[in-house]
Design a protein around this ligand. Structure first.
Ligand SMILES: Nc1ncnc2c1ncn2[C@@H]1O[C@H](COP(=O)(O)OP(=O)(O)O)[C@@H](O)[C@H]1O
Ligand SMILES: [Mg+2]
Length: 265
């Protein structure tokens, strides 16, 4: 991506203002999120990092419009979010491809209405190329690897041209090499499409590798603890002193959050 956060258009794409959410569990109320506020600028990659159970999925589901919140507001281009919408594309950890549709049909699924057939085919082919799946359009999901399925899941969302791409630990189930390939793909897609991305992860290195800005969450209740700008050019050298420095600072912040972190972080 190699962009400087300060150079970007400053128009906020998404605003989360004082969002709180609690769940009722066995007659108790469990506070999952407490007064979460932040903004996402257009073209920015925002990483939300925190230990398991700190409310990352709950927060993303609220932004996606899948889950109502108790207090506060979520604004997408100044409009309150009340339900899912095509301007917020969601990629989950578990790919949810239709097993009976081909790769190309899966990618084109959301384009069924309002797009001419030729137009649709062209868009699907272009998107398959962008995610490195040219030539795989006629395959069924069962015939491709887990990493390729995640590429299809990404293509299926990106083909709709969402203003913001929301991702909930989308690479957590992949092996290390496939995950690294997906990181490289995301970095190149973001450079080409200038896609606004909000992703949640419990993986410190993933957050520092991909994000322009990292928000660290703490749990019980889920709150924002600290914010870090990652102003390093991409692709990032994971062994550079600058990368290790920022990783160390964020690790320090996370340590107080009750996170389970790898010993080498
Ligand atoms: N549908 C639900 N019903 C009750 N409690 C829930 C529900 N969803 C999440 N929680 C609770 O909210 C907290 C945050 O969960 P979650 O958003 O899944 O965290 P994370 O994604 O960071 O691991 C946890 O304590 C979890 O048990
Ligand atoms: Mg989660």
């Amino acid at each position: 991506m190699g962009r400087d956060v300060r150079d970007k258009a400053v128009a906020p794409c998404l605003k989360v203002e004082g969002v709180s959410k609690s769940f009722r569990v066995n007659r108790h109320r469990v506070k999952a999120l407490e007064r979460i506020s932040f903004e996402v600028r257009t073209g920015e990659a925002l990483g939300i990092l925190g230990p398991s159970g700190c409310g990352k999925t709950t927060l993303l589901n609220i932004i996606a419009g899948f889950l109502p919140h108790d207090e506060g507001r979520v604004l997408m281009h100044q409009q309150p979010v009340t339900r899912p919408g095509p301007e917020r594309g969601v990629v989950f950890q578990e790919d949810a491809l239709f097993p009976w549709l081909t790769v190309a049909e899966n990618v084109g699924f959301g384009l069924r209405n309002g797009h001419g057939k030729g137009d649709r085919k062209g868009k699907v082919e272009r998107m398959l190329g962008l995610v490195g799946l040219e030539g795989y359009g006629r395959y069924l999901p069962r015939a491709i690897s887990g990493g390729m399925k995640q590429r299809v899941a990404l293509a299926r969302v990106l083909v709709l041209g969402p203003a913001a791409l929301l991702m909930d630990e989308p690479f957590a189930a992949l092996d290390a090499q496939t995950r690294a390939d997906m990181h490289a793909l995301l970095i190149s897609l973001q450079r080409r499409l200038r896609q606004t991305v909000v992703f949640v992860t419990h993986d410190l290195e993933e957050a520092v590798k991909l994000a322009d800005r990292v928000l660290v969450m703490e749990k019980s209740p889920g709150r924002l603890r600290q914010e870090f700008a990652v102003e390093l050019p991409r692709p990032r050298d994971l062994d550079s002193p600058e990368f290790l420095d920022i990783k160390r600072s964020i690790y320090g912040s996370l340590c107080g959050c009750g996170g389970d972190l790898p010993a080498d972080s």
